[in-house]
Design a binder for this molecule. Structure first.
Ligand SMILES: Nc1ncnc2c1ncn2[C@@H]1O[C@H](COP(=O)(O)OP(=O)(O)O)[C@@H](O)[C@H]1O
Ligand SMILES: [Mg+2]
Length: 588
């Protein structure tokens, strides 16, 4: 998957994309000016030496020497000061860029996985910011800003002797040509190396996630081999890219040394013929080396430069791909109904339609069980109801307001969602249930835990509500995770509670508690939509929907829908899919 490809339904947002460039441009003018001052001051050495050789040595005046030395010292101090200011500006610019872009990058790494990107790919944006900031803090950008001032030194050398100026210019041209060659030869390579690395890291991440299965089924060696093969790809391209860069920088260093000595030799030749003074030879040598230094530094930093440019491009595309925040309305919290109107849902990753033309309505106090075979589209329906996937056509409305028009930070008060695969946030159980809200001592956490039937379980843990769970909730069993996830969905009494197979890892007691939970929500006037794989849950609901082959095959009062099929309260096996095949887990 190309990293810079914006996700399909993202709208371009050019204003934001220009953000970095505008900031860069504003700073560039100031940095260019400061660099001019720095470069003029850098002539100090040349002029000082010329004066010492040609004036002081011939006149023998100690006073002149002292005066010149003091003047040169002062100019050097200014030169150093301005260079320090320039690098401080660059570092602060980097820090501000980081501050401004990090939230966007973080948001993207949360949103990208649902568009089919791997976690590693999603995290690339965060690393790109580090790359850019590191680059701005290095010596490379200073060299870039010195580059436009190279002619200053060329003119200086030309004035001392046109032939020497011409040689220096030729040297600069050859070095610049080398840079162009480096650009052409390494552009593709650096990109390929970067992509190979992302792929390799994606594999490493998946291996780590599947550690248990790999070890149990003796597939560790094969997993390592797969990683090694991809790592070899990365190493091969990275080595070729490094070779190009290293070869070019050796050539350029050699050329510079030859040029330096050549200029000295030529200068001596002209001095012998009386066309130049001895001081001018030294001045030429110093000025020409200063003229070539930025070019040499740019070549030496070529790889960092390309890396920074790639990072910049990645961020620019990422910002451009941020969706425009839709028009939102601030209305009272819904209390009446959940309505789905002619909704069609496609996968954001592939664009394939997974659920077509679904319509139904639930009133406050109702509970709907969604049943149907595996892969039929139940979880897809839940994602659309939760607003995670936006419908291609149609809408989900709570009290007539489309979910698309509800501000993100308000969604949590309206919708509680327990995904099919429960992952807990890295943090305490308390933070998991209150979703990192500020209000730490909130009674709502305990209400949610009690409603979910986990308060006793949590209290029995050594650290209780402060128990830290790993990034994937590893400190808890699957059943415990699912019940904490349930409490998280119930926190704050949201109007709509969406539970995707909440009983998958529950034991009989857990299932009973779940039915109790559904009743409590209904009694307080909430709406429950629950994907049920096992028939037990059906006791607590009044409505049933059958989702099959991406369609709503049936919807209605529980006994009617189930009765139409079989005339009993227990659904036929083909409707509950592989639910019966699953062993009943002991939850804890
Ligand atoms: N993240 C996803 N991206 C693309 N397709 C998906 C994704 N999740 C599920 N699907 C596809 O959507 C279809 C329905 O899946 P899902 O809604 O998870 O079914 P169920 O929950 O009923 O088992 C399946 O064919 C599956 O391949
Ligand atoms: Mg599912």
């Amino acid at each position: 998957m190309a990293q810079s490809r914006p996700a399909p339904d993202f709208r371009r947002r050019l204003k934001a994309a220009n953000l970095i460039r505008q900031d860069l441009m504003r700073h560039a003018v100031g940095l260019f000016a400061i660099s001019g001052v720095i470069n003029v001051l850098a002539l100090t050495g040349s002029i000082y030496m010329m004066q010492v050789y040609d004036r002081v040595l011939s006149s023998g005046s100690t006073d002149t020497l002292l005066f010149l030395s003091a003047l040169a010292l002062a100019l050097y101090v200014f030169h150093g000061g301005f260079e320090a200011i320039r690098s401080q500006i660059l570092v602060r610019f980097g820090a501000r860029l980081d501050q401004r872009l990090s939230p966007l990058a973080q948001q993207l790494s949360i949103e990208m996985p649902r568009y089919g990107f791997s976690t590693t790919e999603a995290m690339e944006r965060g690393r790109a910011i580090d790359t850019l900031r590191g680059f701005l803090g290095s010596s490379a950008p200073g060299a870039l800003f010195d580059l436009p001032w190279v002619p200053l030194f060329l003119i200086f050398v030309f004035l001392l002797h046109p032939a020497l100026g011409a040689v220096t210019l030729a040297g600069a041209v050859v070095l610049a040509a080398l840079t162009v060659v480096a650009e052409i030869r390494s552009r593709g390579l650096t990109q390929a190396a970067q992509q190979a690395m992302v792929q390799r890291n994606t594999t490493a991440e998946s291996n780590a996630r599947n550690a248990d299965a790999l070890i149990a089924m003796g597939a560790v060696n094969r997993a390592v081999d797969r990683y090694l093969a991809q790592n070899a790809d990365h190493l091969a391209t990275a080595t070729r890219a490094a070779d190009v860069a290293a070869t070019l920088s050796s050539i350029s260093r050699m050329l510079r040394m030859v040029l330096q000595s050549g200029l000295l030799g030529l200068g001596a030749y002209f001095a012998l013929r009386g066309q130049m003074s001895a001081g001018a030879i030294i001045a030429v040598s110093v000025a020409s080396s200063r003229a070539l230094a930025p070019i040499d530094q740019v070549i030496g930093n070529w790889r960092n430069l390309l890396g920074a440019r790639a990072a910049y491009a990645l961020l620019r595309d990422a910002i451009a791909a941020q969706p425009e925040p839709g028009k939102t309305v601030d209305l009272p919290l819904p209390t009446g109904s959940l309505r789905v109107e002619g909704m069609t849902v496609a996968s954001p990753a592939t664009g394939r339609v997974l659920l077509a033309d679904v319509s139904f309505e639930l009133k406050a106090g109702q509970a709907l069980a969604v049943i149907g075979p595996s892969g039929g589209g139940k979880s897809t329906l839940m994602r659309a109801l939760a607003g995670v996937w936006q419908p291609l056509r149609g809408a989900v409305r709570v009290d007539d307001v489309s979910l698309a028009h509800i501000p993100q930070d308000r969604m949590g008060k309206i919708i509680g969602y327990l995904p099919q695969e429960v992952n807990l946030f890295a943090g305490s159980i308390l933070e998991n249930i209150n979703r990192f809200s500020e209000d730490r001592a909130s009674r709502q956490v305990y209400v949610a835990a009690a409603t979910a039937g986990v308060h006793t379980m949590i209290s029995a843990l050594p650290d209780g509500y402060d128990t830290q769970v790993g990034s994937a909730g590893t400190a808890l069993s699957a059943g415990q995770r699912q019940r904490v996830g349930l409490a998280r969905a119930l926190f704050g009494d949201p109007f709509v509670v969406l539970l995707d197979e909440p009983n998958a890892a529950l034991d009989a007691a857990g299932e009973k508690a779940l039915n109790e939970t559904i009743k409590i929500i209904r009694d307080r006037g909430g709406i429950v939509v629950v994907v049920a794989h096992r028939p037990n849950v059906l006791k607590a609901v009044d409505m049933v929907a059958v989702v099959q082959n991406g369609r709503l095959a049936a919807f209605g009062p529980r006994d009617e829908v189930l009765g139409n099929k079989q005339g009993t309260a227990s659904p036929p096996a083909d409707l509950v899919g592989d639910g019966h095949a699953r062993a009943v887990h002991a939850a804890e």
